[in-house]
Design a binder for this molecule. Structure first.
Ligand code: NAI
Ligand SMILES: N[C@@H](CC=O)C(=O)O
Length: 440
């Protein structure tokens, strides 16, 4: 059977990783796919550099639209990134009846509903395993492996760059800027690394997982996004003393508030018990914990960023499409796991309505009655304390840190308690709040 023809848009970290692995493992891949998978052309900004990389194995062009409109190409692989050009190219490829593979989580989290609708209409596939958690087949697991379950929640370390930064800072005492530069050199970071650091990339991925887990449209605009740039080294140390690690987690969960079903969708630094497997996932590794009603908890971990781990997922999609290309569209797995006419309209909850536990750090005057005032403020709002750490004031200091871990409560209660605490004369500066998940 003649090989399936690929047009590769982008030959950067992931693009070149995909090209290399396809070449290196071509026989193994062909045995699985049933036909060869051949890159016939790549589109890049720097043609000379790409020509040196592909060494005559395929055509190199500067204009990606040429590939999207090339009748010889069966599958367009979008590895350029960004929202605008990539959206135009993907929609044009679909309109031309081509299948699409993309690693672009930003594109799908923001424009996924339109793209999947267009693909459904045209009867083509848009595959995106590489868009979430790099080399971990989490899309496959959620869409197919766990299909019997009513999924309750998904929580994951889904950004390799920030996990690498947090691990290196903690283990090697390196500063933020040095570690970020390393992550960029290793090909982990986004073109704009603020997407990594400020939690946007993780929120793109959490948005996609939320859609697949619960059968709802992608709704990135409703996600709560908080990165690691305001995380203080002292909180990482105090968390360790209390038996926790701090990770940037993407969380999406079913919840019921006042009898109404809702979905939590949030990314923020999170304390996790140090004894949990996921708390020990370090460096650019990712891990996703899924809780289904039948299976219970299952954990998926592996390399979440970098050229070849991501290429592994891109190629898995290419093999899937190659196998399914001749199947009737209704025999394929729906893009968002649920049939398009069975999608649910469950609201994403505002942060004030989410329920979790909290780490609170107060810098307070070392005087009688302060602790009583703080605990009363919490009790008045129905918040109970799970653990506490009180530090000795440093030599010559009049103030010291008190750290409290709360039991679960709604975010609005904690916000109100913090506002009251900060109005006390004995509390200096702002109260630090970090959310805590037991993940059990
Ligand atoms: N780097 C990683 O570890 C991962 C990246 N991704 C996603 O994969 C995609 C690609 O990421 P990287 O390979 O890291 O990016 P990159 O910056 O290394 O590569 C981008 C490629 O696109 C080409 N390109 C950009 N604009 C173009 C234009 N207007 N015309 C022609 N070519 C153009 C560039 O020449 C380059 O070859 C992004 O959507 C990213 O979010 C997903 C998972 C992991
Ligand atoms: N920048 C991303 C790349 C993979 O998605 C990350 O660091 O995880």
């Amino acid at each position: 059977m003649k090989s399936i023809k690929i047009g590769l848009l982008g030959l950067g970290n992931v693009g070149y990783g995909t090209f290399s692995v396809l070449q290196r493992n071509q026989e193994e891949i062909k045995r699985r796919a049933g036909r060869g998978i051949e890159v016939v052309a790549v589109a890049v900004r720097d043609v000379a550099r790409a020509e040196a990389l592909v060494a005559g194995a395929c055509k190199v062009v500067n204009d990606p639209a040429v590939l999207v409109n090339d009748p010889e190409i069966d599958i367009v692989v979008e590895l350029i990134g960004g929202y605008d050009l990539s959206k135009t190219l993907v929609l044009q490829a679909i309109a031309n009846g081509k299948h699409v593979v993309t690693a672009n989580k930003a594109l799908l989290a923001v424009h996924g509903n339109e793209i999947f609708a267009a693909a459904q209409e045209k009867g083509v596939m848009v595959a995106f395993e590489a868009a979430v958690a790099g080399g971990i087949p989490i899309i496959k697991a959620l869409r197919e492996g766990l299909t019997a379950n009513r999924i309750e929640w998904v929580a994951g370390i889904i950004n390799g760059t920030t996990n690498f930064i947090l691990s290196e800072m903690r283990d090697k005492g390196l500063d933020f800027a040095t570690v970020l530069k390393q992550a960029q050199e290793l090909g982990y970071a986004e073109a704009d690394p603020t997407f990594d650091i400020e939690g946007v990339d993780a929120a793109h991925k959490a948005t996609i997982m939320s859609a697949i887990a619960f059968g709802i449209p992608v709704q990135f605009d409703k996600a709560y996004v908080e990165g690691i740039s305001n995380l203080n080294a002292i909180d990482i140390r105090y968390a360790e003393q209390l038996g926790y690690r701090i990770k940037l987690l993407g969380i999406t969960r079913r919840a019921t508030v006042d009898g109404q079903e809702g979905i939590e969708l949030r990314v923020h630094p999170t304390l996790i018990p140090a004894k949990r497997l996921i708390a020990n996932v370090e460096g650019a590794m990712n891990a996703v914990l899924v809780h289904g009603d039948a299976v219970g908890a299952s954990l998926y971990s592996g390399r979440g960023a970098g050229a070849e781990p991501t290429a592994s997922s891109v190629i898995a999609d290419l093999v899937d499409i190659t196998r399914l290309a001749t199947a009737d569209p209704e025999h394929r797995v729906p893009h968002l796991a649920f049939q398009p006419n069975a999608m649910a309209n469950i609201a994403i909850l505002p942060m004030s309505e989410i329920t979790t536990s909290y780490y609170l750090r107060m810098h307070v005057a070392d005087q009688p009655g302060v602790l009583a005032d703080l605990t009363r403020i919490l009790a008045d709002r129905g918040i109970s304390i799970d653990a506490m750490l009180q530090k000795e004031p440093a030599e010559g200091e009049t103030h010291t840190d008190i750290i409290m871990l709360t039991h679960q409560t709604q975010e609005k209660n904690v916000t109100a308690a913090i506002e009251k605490m900060q109005s006390l004369d004995s509390v200096q500066g702002v109260v630090t709040k970090i959310r805590l998940e037991n993940l059990s």
